[in-house]
Ligand binder design. Structure first.
Ligand code: HEM
Length: 247
């Protein structure tokens, strides 16, 4: 059976060669296969140990994929208007098959991702992997951390319940208190409505225009920027000589 698979036309079409046996053949196989090529052909044993990274970067990425898939499914049921948002969340809880599970999976994966990204950053600090030549990837990482937090923040308003409304009020009021970009910044001398909080909410208080702004940021703008930055991040891990060892 195994031999039949390894010599089949499908196997040859995908992998171009039979299962590699010698170390030389294994290296060639890694170079020729797109997925295996993501790792270098040879790796020091220490970099593969779980305790080197605790897989925190990888788990953050896995949670991001779970969030994307569950988020896409939630989009089939959720309408981002003040008339429907809360009702659609209740429908998900009580009427849609597995809706509560889907919503909880999305929410817990989001909480988990915030924790694993912070743990990943702590691991990078511990390994002093922020130093040259990895300093640019550290900056990309900081942007990913900010994006992760903004994704959580923009998602918070979407259920349109009391918690969402008031938590977002507190958050956007904090934006107004920012130096320079806030309500007392130089732009407010020209027009009182030009502080950063106003642009986020699309008005002075949370309403219909805030909900659609947060929705578009949450389901499109922030995830697309995060995907692009993650690709750069992974590419740089590879180009900067993979993980920093020894710790
Ligand atoms: C969405 C968030 C993030 C994802 C998915 C992610 C993913 C990864 C992965 C898979 C690796 C390689 C394996 C590992 O170290 O676990 C890595 C390495 C790295 N990450 Fe991240 N990361 C994220 C956020 C961050 C943050 C917040 C920072 C720092 C501020 C950061 C800085 C770095 C650095 C400097 C490396 C290279 C580490 C080394 O060479 O030892 N990353 N990242």
């Amino acid at each position: 059976m195994r031999k039949a698979i390894l010599t089949s036309q499908v196997w040859r079409a995908v992998f171009r060669r039979p299962l590699p046996r010698s170390p030389r053949e294994q290296k060639q196989a890694a170079r020729n296969n797109f997925f295996l090529h993501l790792h270098p052909a040879t790796l020091p044993r220490q970099r593969l140990r779980l305790t080197t990274t605790f897989c925190m970067g990888g788990i953050s990425f896995l949670l991001f994929i779970i969030l994307t898939v569950t988020g896409l499914l939630l989009m089939f049921y959720y309408r981002p208007t003040t008339a429907f948002a809360y009702r659609d969340m209740k429908d998900l809880e009580y009427a849609v098959t597995m809706g509560q599970f889907l919503r909880n999976l999305h929410r817990w994966a989001a909480h988990g991702m915030v924790l694993t990204v912070i743990a990943h950053m702590a691991r990078v600090v511990y390994a002093r992997a922020y130093k040259p030549p990895r300093e640019f990837n550290w900056v990309v990482g900081v942007s990913l951390l900010v994006l992760t937090l903004f994704l959580s923040f923009t998602g918070y308003l979407l259920p349109w319940d009391q918690l969402a409304y008031w938590a977002t009020s507190v958050g956007t009021n904090m934006l107004r208190a920012m130096p320079v970009l806030g309500a007392a910044g130089p732009a407010s001398l020209v027009d009182l409505n030009t502080d950063v909080g106003f642009y986020f909410l699309g008005g002075r208080v949370i309403g219909e225009s805030s909900l659609i702004r947060f929705y578009v940021l949450h389901v499109f703008v922030l995830p697309v920027v995060a995907i692009v930055l993650m690709m750069v991040h992974f590419w740089r891990v590879r180009k900067d000589g993979m993980l920093k060892t020894p710790l």
